[in-house]
Each structure stands twice: as structure tokens, then as C-alpha cells.
Design a protein around this ligand. Structure first.
Ligand code: ADP
Length: 203
């Protein structure tokens, strides 16, 4: 476990990527694991103020995030990216750069996202100010084989965080939790193992 895991959260706006990413970050820190959350807004403000939201800029933005993930994880630090990243090609490009990649698909229905709308994006779209929301105006290419598949319409934040941690453990990316840190049942554990086996990620 001398290399860090690269956790890439993808999903339409307001599906819950940042919220779950922060939960995973906190839980990993509590277990003494070094982790850097590459907050999309912070990175854009500090490293990529030159980038907007055109197709070319989004391409460059995911490239930069992927590169940062690569240099952190090769030094034993886990990295979290929470980005809509609607294009499969961009996510697969990041996957190819690191040994321990975990793609987390965060799902929610359009109705739920419109209701949550923490950044007011959907309201702006309803007023006709923007028309580039992935999953609504633009295609969102769902991952075909994400290591973790979360449905935030039916699973609460803690359940989602635990599924991510359990998947990391099952893939051998982090040590198994001891009795006190373990917050999931044997049945949850079995489901995660079956899923990863079905996808060919474990034997
Ligand atoms: P994103 O990063 O995908 O744009 P955010 O995490 O910023 O989304 O916002 C999601 C909103 O939905 C937050 O206000 C969060 O509290 C709420 N929410 C409700 N249920 C969940 C859940 N199960 N998982 C994640 N977020 C949830």
C-alpha cells in the first residue's frame, strides 16, 4: 500500500459527488491515511483560472486533474477528484495514469438534482441563462464498469461513504477497518465483493 488510491467521482451536477467525496476524505483521515481532496473550484481558481467551460477547456481541466492525481498517488497520497466529467474518454485517460484507480458513479434523477441545486445551476438554466448542464442539455456518458455505483436518491450519505471505503478495502487499497472503524455489515461486505467479482476486478 505504498501507492495512494485515485478516487474519481463522476456524475451530473448536484448528484452528490462533493458531499460524498468530503465524507470519504474525513473517514480516511480518521484512519490515518494521507489524502488530498482536489476540490474542483479551488483548482480552477488557483491552477486553471485560464480555463472556462468550453469542450476544449473541460478537456484540459480533466487532464490537469488527472496529472495531479498521478503525482500524488505515486507518492503514497490518496487523491479525490469530484468532477462532472461527462466524457468516458476523459475518465479512462485518468484511469490509465495510475495503478489504483477507483471510479465512483454518483447517480441521482434529474428531478432530485433540480430540487437540491446547491449551486443554483438548474435555476439558472430554467431562467435560460445557461444551457450546458450534462445529463440535461448535454450528454452524460455513464461509466460502464465503475468500481462503485451510488444511487443518492435511495442511499444516504453515510451509506455511500461506506460503500466507497468497503470497496477500497476489498480491492486491497487500504487496510481493513478494525472493529471500531467498521460501520457496515457482513451482508454489505458480501454485496461489494460480489459486485467487484462480477466486474472482474477481483477473483
Ligand atoms: P455535486 O458535487 O455532485 O454537484 P454536491 O455534493 O455539491 O453535488 O451537492 C449535493 C447536495 O445533495 C448536497 O446539498 C447534499 O447535502 C445533498 N444530498 C442529499 N442526499 C445526498 C446523498 N445521499 N449523497 C450526497 N448528497 C446528498
Amino acid at each position: 500500500m505504498d501507492k495512494g488510491t485515485f478516487l474519481w467521482f463522476t456524475g451530473v451536477p448536484a448528484s452528490g459527488k462533493s458531499t460524498i467525496g468530503r465524507g470519504v476524505e474525513k473517514a480516511l483521515k480518521e484512519r490515518g491515511i494521507r489524502i488530498e481532496n482536489l476540490d474542483a473550484d479551488e483548482i480552477r481558481a488557483n491552477l486553471s483560472p485560464d480555463l472556462g467551460f468550453t469542450a476544449k477547456d473541460r478537456d484540459l481541466n480533466t487532464k490537469r486533474l488527472a496529472f495531479m492525481g498521478k503525482i500524488l498517488t505515486r507518492n503514497g497520497v490518496c487523491a479525490i477528484v469530484a468532477a462532472v466529467s461527462p466524457l468516458r474518454e476523459h475518465r479512462d485517460r485518468a484511469r490509465k495514469l495510475v495503478d489504483s484507480f477507483l471510479e465512483v458513479h454518483v447517480k441521482a434523477t434529474l428531478d432530485t438534482c433540480k430540487q437540491r441545486d446547491p449551486k443554483g445551476l438548474y435555476k439558472r438554466a430554467e431562467r435560460g441563462e445557461i444551457a450546458d448542464i450534462a445529463g440535461w442539455h448535454m450528454p452524460y456518458e455513464a461509466p460502464e464498469k465503475p468500481e462503485v455505483d451510488l444511487d443518492t436518491d435511495t442511499e444516504d450519505v453515510d451509506t455511500c461513504v461506506n460503500k466507497v471505503l468497503l470497496t477500497m478495502e476489498t480491492l486491497g487499497y487500504i487496510p481493513k477497518a478494525d472493529g471500531t472503524a467498521k460501520a457496515y455489515s457482513d451482508e454489505d461486505q458480501k454485496k461489494v465483493e460480489e459486485r467487484l467479482r462480477g466486474l472482474g476486478y477481483i477473483e
